[in-house]
Design a binder for this molecule. Structure first.
Ligand code: DX5
Ligand code: ZN
Length: 215
């Protein structure tokens, strides 16, 4: 069970301090948005390169961008330890996943709430993680979509059938009140933005979430 706090809810003027505040987490989740694939703009490769120099924990980059086939490999080449692209935006998801792996990153594929899982199941051998979005991508602080839990179950079952070490990540509205349902459905990597950075002490929230997921 791994916790990946989203720095989207952190103070963008003090990212190094905000990363240090979650050094007990497994990953730092970095939401890259291009104002095109989603209606919001956050940060890009130059900022990720700077974060990689100072982060006490590995970076889990979630790319909500158009044309990931062109842009995602750069994040892996820069040293991001996990790079996740959206299948809705990718032209050739299998070849992109292979490129990410050969650049040394874990290859993740994200699916939006309205996107079915089934058509992509045969990509599993080339993936290290499937990210099931539990909100519409674009903003932090939205309500958890419990209707995505059956999809989490479906992905987990497919991973079991295919074998291999593929992680199942949930992102969006994950908090102390929703994380147990996610774990029960088969998720093993949990992104939480507002639930961590909105807490009084971020590191305490990380530990609480991990123990709820493990219970
Ligand atoms: C939403 C992002 C999430 C976001 C989650 O598009 O992908 O990572 O930061 O924020 P919370 O945990 O507040 O829903
Ligand atoms: Zn995200």
């Amino acid at each position: 069970m791994q916790i990946s706090p989203s720095i989207l809810s952190a103070d963008f003027a003090n990212l190094q301090t905000e990363l240090d505040a979650i050094s007990n987490a497994d990953w730092a989740h970095v939401d890259v948005m291009d104002n095109h694939f989603v209606p919001n703009l956050t940060l890009g490769l130059p900022v990720v390169e700077s974060l990689l120099k100072v982060s006490p924990i590995p970076l889990d980059c979630h790319l909500m961008i158009t044309d990931p086939d062109r842009w995602a490999p750069g994040y892996a080449e820069a040293g991001a330890q996990s790079v996740t692209f959206h299948v809705e935006a990718a032209r050739d998801p299998r070849s992109l996943a292979r490129t990410l792996r050969s650049a040394g990153a874990r290859a993740g594929m994200a699916i939006k709430p309205g996107t079915p899982w089934k058509p992509y199941e045969d990509l599993l051998p080339d993936l290290d993680m499937v990210l099931v979005m539990t909100v519409e991508p674009g903003f932090g602080g939205q309500s958890f979509m419990a209707d995505q839990l059956p999809k989490v179950r479906e992905v987990r079952e497919a991973v079991r059938r295919h074998g291999g070490d593929v992680w199942v990540q949930v992102d969006g509205g994950v908090s102390a009140s929703t994380i147990e349902q996610c774990a029960e459905a088969g998720a093993d990597v949990f992104v939480a933005g507002s639930a961590v950075y909105g807490a009084e002490v971020a590191a305490v929230a990380v530990d609480e979430l991990r123990s709820l997921a493990t219970a």
